[in-house]
Design a protein around this ligand. Structure first.
Ligand code: 5GP
Length: 148
């Protein structure tokens, strides 16, 4: 039996690497030297966004702590912004590692999802949201970030 090497190697053909290189579009909400944040195309709730490091990392098993710290700082910014933007009651932060851990896209990312009392999350990787809704929600988050 062949042993699977852990952590597995980074593959720069993943969708988020393409978004970072500008080869695929995304509804950007935030960017700094080390991180990039954009709307999830199949949101589990209104305002669901993703935060990624610019430096290649497959997931939490291979990311360096400098890059991870930058991502977590941006996650906190986005958590504040989505709560403000959507007048949410809270926020869920999620992060998955390898297929067994629920990871689908192999560039490290954190999910930031505004939460509302009594409203359950929709399924993971469910329906694609309309681009105009993603654009409007991204605009609300950017406006809230400007006020932080
Ligand atoms: P995970 O790897 O954490 O399990 O999930 C990957 C996430 O990326 C899912 O929430 C999915 O909706 C999102 N996603 C998949 N493909 C795209 C895409 O092309 N653009 C954007 N913005 N999000 C995507």
């Amino acid at each position: 039996m062949t042993e699977v090497e852990m952590p597995a190697a980074y593959d720069d053909t993943n969708i988020f690497a393409k978004i970072l290189r500008g080869e695929l579009p995304a509804h950007k909400v935030y960017e700094d030297d080390a991180t990039f944040a954009f709307m999830d195309i199949m949101p589990r709730g209104k305002g669901h966004c993703l935060v990624i490091p610019k430096k290649p990392a497959r997931n939490i098993l291979d990311v360096d702590t400098t890059s991870l710290s930058a991502v977590v700082a941006t996650v906190q910014k986005l958590a504040h912004a989505v709560v403000e933007a959507f007048d949410a009651d809270g926020a869920s932060i999620a992060q998955f590692n390898e297929s067994a851990g629920g990871q689908v896209v192999f560039h490290l990312h954190f999910h930031v999802i505004p939460r509302f009392e009594g409203v359950d999350l929709k399924p993971h990787s469910g329906d694609m949201e309309k681009p105009e809704i993603l654009a409007a929600n991204a605009e609300k988050i950017r406006a809230a970030l400007d006020q932080l």
